[in-house]
Design a protein around this ligand. Structure first.
Ligand code: SAM
Length: 182
């Protein structure tokens, strides 16, 4: 995958519950991959079905996106910061994205974007370098992540090509055209 920027972007999805969150967590990872993140971590309960479905997408559609389960999300956040990265927590209670995205984009630090599921612990707000809202209305981690990445990359992610893809869509005004590359 062509690099869009000098920093790397990972997503941390908090407290996955396989019985309730399977589709939403999968969608968080699909959006992360399609919109330019390099990989994702998740905490909660390990879910090999979600990991497998993302691996299959990467095998067919290309790129190097990875998904990794973490036992302790707070350790992952602290480790990320110790390594020099910054942590951006998406929450409707945070500062409006339009006020701070320029500063986040200008920083050369790798970015860990944290999205919640059920109730988000107070510690996340404290450990984050940035608490960012995509409107101050309740909606979803999938919607919040999409808009954040789109703003971060200023739309450049829309034209990105994925390397080592086995299949690729040739856009059509009507109908579907998919070609095999290997
Ligand atoms: N009740 C949860 C809490 O305590 O924050 C929020 C649940 S919400 C369905 C799941 C996730 O979507 C949140 O943790 C947040 O990451 C994201 N989210 C929802 N609305 C958002 C908004 N307006 N701005 C940024 N992120 C948002």
């Amino acid at each position: 995958m062509n690099r869009l920027e000098r920093w790397r972007v990972y997503v941390l999805r908090l407290e996955h519950r396989p019985d309730r969150d399977k589709r939403v967590t999968t969608h968080v990872f699909l959006v992360a991959r399609a919109f330019g993140a390099h990989g994702a971590y998740y905490s909660g309960k390990r879910d090999e079905n979600v990991e497998l479905s993302i691996r299959k997408v990467v095998e067919s559609w290309g790129g190097t996106f990875t998904v990794e389960f973490v036992d302790d999300w707070a350790d992952k956040i602290r480790e990320w910061k110790r390594a020099g990265g910054e942590v951006i927590h998406l929450t409707m209670y945070g500062l409006p994205i339009s006020d701070i995205i320029g500063e986040i984009r200008a920083s050369s630090r790798d970015k860990l974007i944290v999205v919640g599921g059920a109730k988000v612990p107070r510690l996340v707000y404290e450990l984050a370098d940035w608490n960012v809202s995509i409107t101050s209305q309740p909606h979803s981690e999938v919607g919040a992540l999409s808009v954040f990445l789109h703003e971060l990359y200023m739309g450049r992610e829309l034209k990105r090509e994925f390397e080592n893809a086995k299949i690729k869509i040739i856009p059509q005004a009507r109908g579907k055209k998919v070609i095999k590359l290997s």
